[in-house]
Design a protein around this ligand. Structure first.
Ligand code: ADP
Ligand code: SF4
Length: 685
C-alpha cells in the first residue's frame, strides 16, 4: 500500500552539519546490556534498526575512560584503540542500510563506583557518589584533571571518527554524565572558572563541544544530548530556568540538539506514568532558541503524533528508543502504508531490565530483540514451514497468541482454542489494572496479525479436555493454558501453606481481576515483588478500601527498580494512603487477623483484615498437559509453553511462544540452543 501523504514529512532528508539523515526517524541512544560482552550480537541488533528504516541509529552511552566504569553493567567503551574494532562493526552494519551511525560518548563522573577498573571516581567537587550506595567517594578534579579529562574525551572522539561514525555526541543528559554534574549548581561547589556562575559551570561543556568540532572537522556532525528539565524545581535544571539559558548560550555550537529530561526514570517513564509525547511541554522551546536541528523523544509509536511534532515545529527528528526496540521496522511500516502491522511499545521497561541486571536486552513486544545474532532471529522474517502438518494451540494468552501467530506466518495450519470468550489471557486481565491499559497492545497486535492469516483459525469459548484434543486429530499440540495464583501464601519466603489461611476470606489476584469483590480492610501480602500486588493495592484503595501491603522486602514492588518505577510506585501508594509494612513475612492467620513476622527478628505483630490477598506464587495450569502426556502416543509432538511451563513475565511468555513456533521443526543446534560469543584476549606486550 502506498504511504499516506500526511506522513511524507517524516521521510524528508535533513542536513545535520556535514552529514544528511535520509529521513526523520532517529534511534536515540539506548542501553542494551550487550557491548563488549556480546559484540556481534550488539552490532547485529543495531544493524537491524537501520534495515527497518531508521535514518540515524545511535550506540548506547560509550564510556571514554577507565575512570568512568559502570561495571558490571555492560556498556560501550572507547578507552583505547582496541575498542575501535567493535564499534567500527556497529557503524558498518548501520551504513549497510544507508543510515547514519551515531555514537554517544560519556563520562559518568560521580555516578559510578569504578568497581572493575578500581580508578577513583572524579567529579567537580568530590564527595559521595550519586545514586550509589557503594562506600566510595569521588575526588575533586583539579585543573590538570580537567585538562586530562578533555584529552580523554578528544581521544575518544578521534577513535569514534576512526570507527566510521557520522555523528559524535557530547553527553550532558540524565544524572550520569560529568559535564552535567559540572552544570549542577547544587553539586558543583568550585570556586575557579569552572564553578559559580552559570557561564563558568557551562565552560567544560562548551570546551568539549569546541574540541569535538575541531577534531571531527567537516567529516562528522557534533550532537549535544542535554537534559533541559530535571523536575527538581529551582534546585535543578529547568526548562524555564537554567535549562533554557544553557541552550541559549550554546545554541549554534552543536550541529544537532538531542534534548531530553532527567533522570533516566523520568526520561524513560513507563506508560503507567506518561503518555506518548509527554516531553513536548519541556523541550518545545528549544527550536525557538536554536537554528540547529532538534531531536527529542516521547515513546512515539503513532505516525500522526510524529508528523504533528514536525509540522508544528516541536522537533525536526523523531527520536525513539523503546518504540524502535518493540518494532525495529516501524519506519518501514509507515513508509509502506502498513500501519496495522506496527508493533507498538507498551511502555513496560522490561527492555531496561536487561541493562539493569547486566544481561542482553529483551522486550515484551519483540521476542527477537537481543536474539538477532545468537539465534539468527529477525523481527520481520520467520523460516517457512518444513512440513505440511497442522498444529493445535490451546490457550490464547501471550504465549499461545504468539505461538499461533508465528506458526501461522510460517505457513502451518493452526487451530487456536481459547476457553473464554476473550483473547489475551493474563494480558487482557492485567491491562484492566490501574495504569496498565497500554499492555493490551501485546494482545491487540497479535490478534490483528492472526486475523490476517487465513491458515489460523480461532475458537473462542472452547475449553478443551484431553478427549477434545485427541478427537481433533491434530498431530502437533501446544499447551499454553497459563497459570493460576496460589491461595495459600506459598512464595519465596513462605515455602509451606500459611497456617490458618484456608479458614480466612482469601481472594487471589485472579479473583480480583475477574471481578470478585473485596470486603472490609484488605491485607495484600506481596512476596512476588513485581507489579501485581501494588496494582491491586492501588485499585482497591481507589475503590475506597483500607489497604495494607505487607512484604518481606524492604520496599514495595522491589523488582521494579529494574524497570525504573519503584520510587514512583511506592510514592503513589503512600500518597493514596496504602499502609506499607516492609520486612514482614506472613507467618500465620488466626481469627483475629494475620500474624506478620519481622524478617530480621521473627517477632510477630498482628494485623486484622477482612480480605487477605496473597500475591506470592503461581501454579502452572498444566492439568491438560499432564492428562495428554499419558496418552501422547496419539500425538507427534506435545509441548507446554509460557506460564503453563513455568510462570514468569509476559515477556517470557511471548518469548516462549516465539521460540517454540520458530524451532518446532528445527532441532536445536546443541544443548545451549544459541551461538555464544567469547571474549578474545589481546597479546600482552
Ligand atoms: P500465558 O502467559 O502463558 O500465555 P495466560 O494465563 O495468559 O498464559 O493464558 C492462558 C490462556 O489459556 C487463558 O486465556 C485461558 O483461558 C486459556 N485456557 C486455559 N485452559 C484452557 C483449556 N483447557 N482450553 C482452552 N483454553 C484454555
Ligand atoms: Fe516497549 Fe516494553 Fe519492549 Fe521496552 S520492553 S520496548 S517498554 S514493549
Amino acid at each position: 500500500m502506498p504511504r499516506d501523504k500526511r506522513y511524507d514529512v517524516l521521510f524528508e532528508p535533513l542536513r545535520i552539519g556535514p552529514v544528511t539523515a535520509p529521513n526523520r526517524f532517529y534511534q536515540v541512544p539506548h542501553c542494551s546490556g550487550m557491548p563488549l560482552v556480546v559484540p556481534q550480537s550488539y552490532a547485529r541488533m543495531r544493524e537491524i534498526k537501520a534495515e527497518g528504516g531508521w535514518g540515524v541509529v545511535t550506540t548506547e552511552a560509550c564510556s571514554i575512560h577507565a575512570t568512568s566504569d559502570a561495571g558490571p553493567t555492560p556498556e560501550d567503551k572507547l578507552w583505547d584503540d582496541d575498542d575501535i574494532a567493535d564499534l567500527a562493526a556497529v557503524a558498518e552494519g548501520i551504513h549497510r542500510h544507508g543510515a547514519l551511525a551515531a555514537v554517544e560518548t560519556l563520562h559518568h563522573g560521580a555516578a559510578v563506583a569504578n568497581r572493575f577498573s578500581r580508578e577513583i571516581p572524579i567529579s567537580p567537587s568530590g564527595g559521595p557518589l550519586i545514586r550509589h550506595r557503594d562506600p566510595v567517594q569521588s575526588r575533586t578534579m583539579d585543573k590538570s584533571d580537567i585538562r586530562e579529562f578533555r584529552r580523554w574525551h578528544l581521544d575518544a572522539v578521534k577513535r569514534a571518527k576512526k570507527a566510521g561514525f557520522d555523528i559524535i555526541y557530547v553527553y550532558a543528559g540524565h544524572e550520569v554524565s560529568l559535564p552535567l554534574q559540572f552544570l549542577w549548581r547544587r553539586f558543583n561547589k568550585r570556586t575557579d572558572e569552572y564553578g559559580g556562575s552559570l557561564e563558568n559551570r557551562t565552560r567544560l561543556l562548551r570546551e568539549l563541544l569546541e574540541e569535538t568540532r575541531a577534531a571531527v572537522g567537516d567529516k562528522c556532525a557534533v550532537a549535544l544530548r542535554f537534559a533541559v528539565e530535571e523536575f527538581l524545581g529551582p534546585a535543578g535544571i529547568t526548562s524555564e530556568g537554567e535549562g533554557r539559558e544553557i541552550v541559549e548560550m550554546l545554541a549554534e555550537l552543536p550541529d544537532l540538539w538531542d534534548v531530553t529530561v532527567a533522570g533516566w526514570a523520568n526520561d524513560s517513564a513507563t506508560s503507567r506514568y506518561a503518555e506518548e509525547g509527554w516531553q513536548e511541554p519541556h523541550v518545545a522551546f528549544v527550536k525557538s532558541v536554536t537554528r540547529k536541528p532538534v531531536v527529542g523523544t516521547g515513546r512515539f509509536t503513532s505516525p500522526d503524533v510524529m508528523a504533528s511534532q514536525i509540522r508544528r515545529g516541536v522537533l525536526d527528528l523523531i527520536g525513539t528508543a523503546r518504540p524502535s526496540i518493540a518494532d525495529p521496522f516501524l519506519p518501514a511500516k509507515i513508509r509502506d502504508g502498513r500501519l496495522d502491522d506496527i508493533r507498538e511499545c507498551i511502555g513496560c521497561n522490561v527492555c531496561v531490565t536487561g541493562n539493569n541486571t547486566a544481561v542482553p536486552i529483551r522486550c515484551t513486544q519483540n521476542p527477537t530483540m537481543g536474539e538477532e545474532w545468537r539465534r539468527g532471529w529477525h523481527p520481520e522474517r520467520v523460516p517457512k514451514r518444513t512440513g505440511a502438518g497442522a498444529v493445535l494451540v490451546v490457550g490464547a494468552g501471550p504465549a499461545g497468541l504468539e505461538c499461533a501467530r508465528v506458526l501461522g506466518e510460517r505457513g502451518y495450519r493452526v487451530s487456536l482454542a481459547e476457553a473464554t470468550r476473550e483473547l489475551g489471557g493474563r494480558v487482557a486481565r492485567e491491562a484492566r489494572l490501574p495504569g496498565l491499559a497500554s499492555w493490551a497492545r501485546v494482545r491487540d497486535w497479535r490478534v490483528g496479525q492472526i486475523n490476517k492469516l487465513a491458515n489460523v483459525e480461532v475458537f473462542l469459548e472452547s475449553r478443551l479436555t484431553a478427549d477434545d484434543v485427541l478427537a481433533m486429530d491434530i498431530e502437533h499440540v501446544v499447551i499454553a493454558t497459563g497459570s493460576e495464583w496460589r491461595k495459600d501464601g506459598v512464595g519465596r519466603e513462605t515455602l509451606a501453606p500459611v497456617p490458618g489461611i484456608a479458614e480466612a476470606y482469601v481472594l487471589t489476584p485472579d479473583d480480583i481481576m475477574n471481578g470478585a469483590a473485596a470486603k472490609g480492610p484488605v491485607l495484600i501480602y506481596d512476596d512476588d515483588h513485581y507489579y501485581v500486588a501494588c496494582s491491586i493495592g492501588e485499585k482497591l484503595r481507589r475503590a475506597g478500601h483500607a489497604v495494607t501491603l505487607a512484604t518481606p522486602a524492604a520496599e514495595a514492588a522491589v523488582w521494579t527498580h529494574n524497570t525504573l518505577e519503584q520510587k514512583r510506585i511506592q510514592a503513589q501508594l503512600i500518597e493514596l494512603g496504602v499502609d506499607i509494612l516492609s520486612h514482614r513475612i506472613l507467618a500465620s492467620v488466626t481469627s483475629r487477623g494475620a500474624r506478620l513476622a519481622c524478617w530480621f527478628t521473627g517477632r510477630e505483630i498482628e494485623r486484622p483484615f477482612a480480605t487477605l490477598i496473597p500475591v506470592s506464587g503461581r501454579d502452572p495450569a498444566d492439568a491438560l498437559y499432564h492428562e495428554l502426556i499419558s496418552r501422547r502416543d496419539k500425538l507427534k509432538t506435545l509441548v507446554r509453553i509460557g506460564d503453563c511451563r513455568a510462570p514468569g513475565t509476559i515477556a517470557a511468555a511471548v518469548y516462549s511462544g516465539y521460540l517454540h513456533a520458530h524451532d518446532f521443526d528445527n532441532p536445536r543446534r546443541d544443548d545451549v540452543g544459541f551461538w555464544r560469543e567469547r571474549v578474545k584476549a589481546r597479546e600482552q606486550d
